[in-house]
Structure formats: C-alpha cells, structure tokens
Design a binder for this molecule. Structure first.
Ligand code: HEC
Length: 146
C-alpha cells in the first residue's frame, strides 16, 4: 500500500517535470525578423538543389552549428547542456516548414540577442557570406524532419 503511494507520487513528479519542461520551451519566443528580411526568399530551391550545394551547406553546419543544434537538428548537441536558453529543436515535425527563409537567414546572420546563438553573417567573427548561409539553410531544410 505504502509502496503504491510512493510510485504514484514518483510518477506524478515525472509527469510534472515533462510538462514543465515543455512549458518553458513553448514560452520562449524567438525574436521575429524585421519585415525587409522576412520577405526575402532563398535563391536555392531545395528540391532542385544540386548535391554539391547541399554538401557545402552541410559542411558548414557540421563545423559551426552541430555542437549546439545536434547532428539531426534536434538541439541536443554536445554544447547544448550548459546553455540556459537551449538551442532550438530544428527537427521538431513542422518546425522548419513553419519558418520563413527570411527568418532563418536573419537569425543565422545576426544571431538572437542575449542568447548563445551568435551571428555568422558578413562582418561577424565567422564572416560567412549571405550565399554561404543560404546553403546552410538549404542543407537544414533538406536534412531535417520536414
Ligand atoms: C553556441 C550554440 C549555438 C551554435 C553554435 C549555433 N546556434 Fe543556432 N541557436 C542557438 C540557440 C541558443 C538558439 C535559440 C535562440 C532563442 O531562443 O532566441 C538558436 C536558434 C537557432 C535558430 C532558430 C531561429 C528561428 O527563428 O526559429 C536557427 C535557424 C539557428 N539557430 C541556426 C543556426 C545555424 C545555421 C548555426 C550555424 C551556422 C547555428 N544556429 C549555430 C544556439 C546555437
């Protein structure tokens, strides 16, 4: 009897932890790109992109993004554990499809203020061109859960 009560308590706490974790993630609002960025569309059509382009994007992703966003984009990279604001799970079903090209470019170029998501665009420490970042975005759209 006593044992059963304990199990129910443990189960209830487990559930609360899961629900609590999701609430934190859902509460996090990533800043939205300004209108002139949001209207930008990628010059690369993912379905028609040649393998070399996607490969180049994938190379940059592996080198610069994977330690936080994870190999599959799930946000579970080796450096993710120590971050307070967690890397976005880019392979959550529907996530990439829900994000406009211009939003993805803006965050990747400029970063998300007050988080460890730094900008990778021209003039940043990493100094990638817009073209390179479109390749990374094409890679992510092709490789991660749609
Ligand atoms: C040091 C860890 C770290 C690295 C490296 C990193 N990110 Fe992020 N990324 C984050 C965090 C943290 C967030 C969540 C930002 C927020 O909640 O405001 C994020 C968010 C994002 C988003 C979500 C944007 C949106 O509007 O949904 C995209 C896309 C993204 N990162 C792409 C990249 C790309 C591409 C690279 C490599 C060029 C990269 N990140 C490298 C930590 C990282």
């Amino acid at each position: 009897m006593k044992m059963q009560g304990l199990l129910v308590t443990v189960a209830a706490f487990g559930l609360m932890a899961v629900v609590g974790g999701q609430a934190v993630a859902a509460d996090r609002q990533i800043p939205t790109a300004p209108a002139d960025f949001l209207s930008k569309t990628s010059p690369i059509k993912v379905d028609e992109a040649d393998e070399a382009t996607l490969k180049e994007g994938g190379k940059i992703y592996t080198k610069k993004c994977q330690k936080c966003h994870g190999e599959t984009g799930d946000g579970q990279g080796s450096a993710a554990g120590e971050l307070t604001i967690k890397p976005t799970n880019l392979s959550a079903p529907g996530y990439m499809a829900s994000r406009k090209d211009g939003q993805l470019l803006w965050i990747t170029m400029n970063g998300s203020p007050n988080t460890e998501m730094k900008g990778f665009g021209p003039g940043s420490e990493q100094n990638y061109s817009e073209d390179d970042l479109w390749k990374v975005i094409a890679y992510m759209r092709s490789a991660f859960t749609k």
